[in-house]
Write a protein that binds this ligand. Sequence first.
Ligand code: SF4
Ligand code: SF4
Length: 189
Amino acid sequence: MRQAEEKETKGLMERGADGIRGLAASYAVTFKHLFRRPITESYPEYKRSLPARSRARIILTRDPDGDERCVACYLCSGVCPVSCISMESAEREDGRRYAAWFRINFARCIFCGLCEEACPTLAIQLTPDFEICEPNLLDMVREKADLLVDHCGKNDAYDFYRHAGVSEKGDKGGHIGEAPPVNLKSNMP
Ligand code: SF4
Ligand code: SF4
C-alpha cells in the first residue's frame, strides 16, 4: 500500500517537472522573439526580387531577328486547363505564320506554366511580374499589343525558323545538317 503511494507521488512529481520544463521552454522562445527586430517588408515600397522562373505575367517574345516568335499553332490554347488563351492564325507572304490576334484572359489564368511548356517556338513565357491585378475584371483580358514585348525573354539565342523552315510551299527551309528530301517516286518500278 505504502509502495503504491510512493509510486504515485513520484509520478506526480515527474509530471510536474515536465510541465515546468515545457513552460520554461515556451517562455524562452517568447522572450527570444520579444527582443528581435521585426521582419516586416513594407510592400509596395519594398519589393523583394523573385526568382527568374517565378510564374506570373505572360508575355509573347520575339526571336533574335526581331520577328514575332508565335506561329499561331494553338498548342498553348489547347493545353491551357482553363481555356484562357485564344487567337487567330494568319500567314505572311513568305509563308511564315503569325497570330493575327492573340488574347489571354488573366482573370482565369492559374499561372500553371503549361502554355510555356507546350510552346515549340518559346514565344509564350511567364515572368516574375505579379502586379497585374485590375479592379475591373474586363481589364484583365490582355490583347496581343499588351503581351508582345520587344525582346527574346529567357532564351535570347533560340530561333524556331532557323530549325523548322518557313514554309513547305516552294523552298523548304532546311534543318541544320538535314539531308536533302528523298524523291519517293524514284523508288517506284
Ligand atoms: S499559365 Fe496555365 S492557365 Fe495560364 S494561360 Fe498558361 S496554360 Fe493557361
Ligand atoms: S505562343 Fe507558342 S504555343 Fe502558343 S500559338 Fe504561339 S507558337 Fe503556338
